[in-house]
Design a protein around this ligand. Structure first.
Ligand SMILES: [Zn+2]
Length: 713
């Protein structure tokens, strides 16, 4: 995932392109109501992309720019459609998956009394979401009770209870604490595995409060950032006016929101500092948390969210809460009411009328990500259903799209890639035997999860009706928030997934020490059952390697086989590691012209993902080599089409990353996301590899042969 920066639940997603933070925003966007009549479902049959080595542009030199060599022809024929923010070789798969989900949802949406409870839930969710006429007729009525609650607050003491309520009902609010520290009203709260004892779950408070993608958007003073804030101010004004305020009122309220959010942004820890788990592992007693921010009525909050007793509390960023205390003291109740009213309008916008949803889309998707038009309604509703009832909907997806043979072959590949890392660690002469032994123990401790969970989540408490899309979203959101909070004090459930089965992504969870590959990504072009091993190791094999390496990247290496934050490195080996890691982070600190003039990538932010890319491709190549050897072949033998297996491997790797990206998105990724852009995920990686130079006969001095090549794994 999903998602980006050092996150408390530290899920390290493979992320095909778009980070979880943006996905969350985009699912917000993708759930937006709107373009009612215009957005007819596409009748086009979804097309899966299959690797073809002849897509390579042989008029170009692979040793000059391999990404271009492998992707140029595909990119030229696949511009970004108006309703997308990027278009890559996996985009056809997204449409294909959405179509399967839609068929399931539609089949369940008739009002047949014989439906199973699960069919009733997903079917009625779909019906309510697709009912644009009903949503228009209801207008802002579904929002009224929420706005009235806020209007009725009489003292600052009551703010805490209202925040607890907001944390319950809005999607993204609870996710703030897991995926994106910026995204929960005022602050985040959840159940979280303890860093030092991963077998226990404790209560965690996290920084939060923002609406823009991260703190930089509020703080930076370059021309582009100033322009964005100006547009955000206009958006706030329009949204307040849509709920009935006069222009003068709306103008004042917009300023209030920006002032408060900017102050919270300043108090937040930045995403590079958050990447070091030590910086957010702050244990406190209940009394200490109470003392930190007395304005937040801690006991009232914990009662309101039904939090079980916690052995101790984690407060990721105590300084943030100290600053928030001062803000709560300084600003009058009316300003906080405005802030909370904004939170309600903003978070509900995608589920409301066309006018409101369109304005939400206009700023958060068009301005921030360059998306020209909204996805058709049916795709927004499938994404929303996947987000809210993913393991209910995912069961049918697995039945239809994920045969047992796919699971078996993936598992074989995982074992082959794990063996490759075993060999790599054994031969890593920069590590002492003591550290190597520990690394092997960690590797052997990795649990593999493929396709879907061993038991499905029980959604029976989620009350879904055909009457109100917003009410359904609030129901599902409360369920999810409560599910996380209820984990506090209970044994860890190792079988849970944090991605749904149709998700086209993968992740490593350092506190569970698991690698997770949803059924959604085990499809073409990443995994293609009709293709040979060289293609599949270049595609999904690299993804597998990438996730395994996350257990040994600059963050992952700080956790042991049991998921505890424990240093198992000798001082000398750690020093060696850091020198190798610095080579990578220096190399990826680079100008990114595609993202706009002067935009620069910070290699410290992307170091974990870049390490996983560089290591993952090595492991996949070694695994392929071993597999070919078993078949009596070698990497440099020619396949049926005249390309060697080594060449096909690298071409398939690059092919699975070909992506046209809007410049707005490129900027968003470069400035907020721990993943590098696709071009660097190919060119930086292969130029570090003599194995690549060998494939295409590249010589020293050519761009794809680095004089100072980096290598961690
Ligand atoms: Zn990753």
């Amino acid at each position: 995932m999903l998602i980006p920066r050092f996150i408390p639940r530290i899920l390290v997603a493979f992320s095909l392109l778009i980070p979880v933070s943006i996905l969350a925003q985009n699912s917000n966007v993708s759930a937006s109501a709107g373009s009612a009549a215009a957005a007819e479902p596409t009748k086009e049959a979804p097309r899966l992309e299959h690797f073809d080595p002849d897509l390579a542009d042989k008029t170009l030199n692979p040793c000059d720019d391999f990404y271009k060599y492998a992707c140029h022809k595909w990119l030229a024929g696949n511009p970004v459609p108006p309703d997308q923010i990027y278009w890559n070789t996996g985009s056809g798969l997204e449409l294909w998956s959405d179509t399967i989900l839609r068929e399931t949802l539609e089949a369940s949406s008739n009002n047949d009394p014989k439906r199973t409870p699960l069919q009733q839930q997903i079917g009625d969710y779909w019906a309510a979401c697709m009912d644009e006429g009903g949503i228009e007729a209801a207008g802002l009525k579904p929002l009224r009770p929420e706005l009235d609650r806020i209007a009725a607050l009489e003292s600052k003491k009551e703010i805490t209870l209202e925040i607890a309520h907001l944390h319950h009902i809005f999607p993204g609010a609870w996710e703030g604490t897991r995926d994106n520290q910026t995204d929960s009203p005022l602050f985040g709260f959840t159940g979280q595995q303890d860093y030092d004892d991963a077998s226990t779950v404790v209560a965690q408070f996290d920084q939060g409060g923002l609406s823009l993608p991260n703190r930089d958007y509020y703080i930076k003073t370059d021309k582009e950032s100033v322009k964005t804030i100006k547009k955000y101010r206009a958006h706030l004004r329009k949204m307040f006016m849509l709920t009935g305020e006069t222009e003068a009122q709306a103008r004042g309220d917009a300023n209030t929101v920006i002032d408060l959010e900017t102050a919270m942004a300043r108090a937040q820890m930045d995403n590079i500092k958050r990447r070091d788990p030590k910086n957010i592992d702050n244990k406190m007693s209940l009394a200490q948390v109470r003392e930190l921010a007395p304005f937040i009525d801690l006991d009232a909050y914990l009662r309101a969210v039904n939090a079980p007793a916690s052995d101790h509390f984690l407060v990721t960023t105590p300084d943030f809460f100290r600053a928030e205390e001062k803000l709560l003291e300084k600003h009058p109740l009316d300003q906080w009411k405005t802030y909370m009213r904004w939170q309600v309008i903003h978070r509900a916008a995608p589920y409301l009328t066309k006018a409101v949803a369109d304005e939400d889309f206009d700023f958060f998707a068009r301005t921030l990500a360059g998306q020209q038009q909204q996805l058709p309604r049916w795709r927004r509703c499938t994404h929303s259903a996947d987000h809210d009832l993913g393991e209910a909907l995912g069961q049918a997806y697995v039945d239809r799209a994920f045969p047992p043979e796919s699971k078996a072959r993936t598992l074989e590949m995982v074992h082959a890639v794990e063996q490759a890392l075993h060999n790599d660690i054994d031969s890593a002469n920069w590590m002492t035997p003591a550290t190597r032994d520990q690394a092997i123990i960690k590797l052997k401790g990795i649990e593999v999860k493929i396709g879907y969970p061993s038991h499905w989540r029980d959604y029976s408490r989620v009350h879904i009706t055909r009457d109100s899309y917003l009410a359904n979203v609030e129901q599902a959101s409360s369920f999810e928030f409560e599910r996380w909070v209820a984990k506090i004090g209970r044994p860890v459930d190792r079988s849970e997934w944090t991605m749904t089965p149709p998700t086209i992504n993968a992740y490593y969870d350092p506190q569970l020490n698991t690698i997770n590959f949803p059924a959604g990504i085990l499809q073409p072009p990443y995994f293609d059952k009709d293709k040979d091993d060289s293609v599949n190791y270049g595609g999904i094999g690299m993804v597998i390697g990438h996730e395994i390496i996350h257990g040994f990247d600059d963050q992952g290496r700080k956790f042991d086989a049991h998921g505890n934050l424990r240093d198992w490195w000798t001082a000398e080996d750690a020093k060696q590691y850091e020198a190798r890691g610095k080579c990578i982070s220096d190399q990826y600190t680079q100008e990114v012209p595609d993202a706009g003039p002067g935009v620069k990538q910070n290699g410290l932010l992307t170091q974990g993902e870049d390490t996983a890319d560089n290591g993952g491709i090595h492991l996949a190549l070694y695994a392929l080599e071993a597999e070919l050897k078993r078949q009596g072949k070698s990497l440099d033998d020619k396949g049926p089409d005249g390309w060697t297996y080594r060449q096909r491997f690298f071409l398939s790797y690059s092919y699975s990353w070909c992506a046209n990206i809007r410049p707005e998105v490129a900027r968003l990724v470069v400035t907020t996301d721990p993943h590098s852009l696709p071009i660097f995920r190919i060119d930086n990686v292969v130029s570090n590899m003599p194995e690549f130079a060998q494939a295409f006969g590249c010589k020293a001095g050519q761009k794809m042969v680095r004089a100072n090549a980096c290598r961690v794994w």
